[in-house]
Design a protein around this ligand. Structure first.
Ligand code: KG4
Ligand code: ZN
Length: 335
């Protein structure tokens, strides 16, 4: 089965053709990083205009590179939630139009579920597993039963981990996009230079929840309070922040694995591109740990097309009247 998957939830316009959920025939990504650079963050209106400009050339290129004919595609899929509304509308409209014109089914895909599918593109992973999704908008801990059946164990109660990276990078002018620039700066820093606090959400039903706004505030507004060395560099701040941010993620994943007696772990989402995070996870003994390769960590169409294959098998297609949504209920806890 050939699936064309479209991703346009944030600042990447991507289209990909994947065969049977696994064989990636093409994965074209047009990044808007250079256009948002001036603003040091994603400007939603600008993002929408760029998606509109790029969507057709990106789809054309994906079809061309895959060497399949557009008419031979069996299913058209697009991320329809969560994300920036303008981008979602453009990707979904493109997929629906193709499905309608070619008389093929359409399916709307949850971007977060697609991220969690990304390690499956290149690995055979047994269920159940504990999944950690760490991106710019979400931080989610799940227990997966099958490709489509999962339970949300915990979420961030405020900022997402990627958002904290982006804000720290912006404040200290480390570069844009934030995550990779903090990672780079941290490479030559001392992670023990600051002893930043982490939120202690270990009570009753909140044991798997996470919080990043306190850490972000400590780093940005109360730096001196947590200083452990006489003098420090910006790289020390980045390294200490990065360590603390990831300590929490690892701790919660292990807590879930221990309590639920699960040995398989997958980590996905843009933050999973971080090599330091990968190293920390790979150091853990007694677990099977799966990350997507770098090209499938940040937003891409292949994860949409790959996941759509399984979702379609379980639930069938969507009506062309299906809409888009900026949020998914239950993906962000609030106190
Ligand atoms: O999944 P993604 O591409 O888009 C969303 O769905 O949000 O994730 C983007 C997020 C951004 O916050 C970005 O700073 C972060 O992932 N990120 C990283 C790294 N690469 C991207 N965070 C830490 N280290 C990285 N190397
Ligand atoms: Zn994403």
């Amino acid at each position: 089965m050939l699936v064309l998957g479209i991703e346009s939830t944030c600042d990447e316009t991507s289209a990909s053709i994947v065969e049977d959920g696994k064989k990636v025939l093409s994965n074209i990504i047009s990044s808007q990083v250079n256009e948002h650079l001036r603003w040091k963050g994603v400007v939603p209106e600008l993002a929408s205009r760029l998606h509109l400009e790029k969507i057709i050339p990106v789809i054309d290129e994906a079809v061309k590179e895959s060497k399949v004919k557009l008419e031979d595609i069996d299913l058209f899929a697009a991320a329809n939630r969560p994300g920036l509304i303008g981008g979602l509308l453009i990707g979904v409209s493109a997929a629906k139009s193709l499905a309608w014109k070619l008389n093929k089914p359409f399916i709307g895909i949850n971007h977060i579920e697609a991220h969690l599918y990304s390690p499956h593109l290149e690995n055979d992973i047994k269920f159940p597993y504990i999944g950690l999704l760490a991106s710019g908008g979400h931080t989610l801990l799940i227990r997966a039963e099958s490709f489509v059946k999962y339970e949300v164990l915990g979420t961030t109660i405020d900022d997402a981990v990627g958002e904290a990276f982006d804000k720290v990078a912006k404040y200290f002018d480390l570069g844009y996009p934030g995550g990779p620039s903090v990672e780079k700066s941290a490479l030559s820093g001392d992670e023990k230079a600051f002893d930043f606090p982490i939120a202690n959400l270990y009570k009753s039903e909140r044991i798997y929840d996470m919080s990043y706004s306190g850490l972000k505030t400590a780093v940005i507004h109360h730096l001196k309070k947590f200083q452990k060395k006489e003098s420090y560099t910006i790289n020390d701040i980045a390294a200490s922040f990065q360590k603390r941010a990831f300590d929490v993620l690892i701790k919660k994943v292990i807590l879930a694995c221990t309590n639920l007696n699960i040995k398989n772990i997958i980590v996905a989402g843009g933050v999973a591109a971080n090599k330091y995070l990968r190293e920390q996870f790979y150091k853990l003994e007694g677990y099977n740990i799966f990350f997507p390769s770098l090209k499938y960590s940040t937003d891409n169409g292949a994860m949409i097309a790959g996941f759509a294959f399984h979702k379609y098998k379980e639930t069938g297609s969507d009506d062309l009247s299906v809409g888009v949504s900026s949020r998914v209920p239950g993906y962000k806890s609030s106190l």
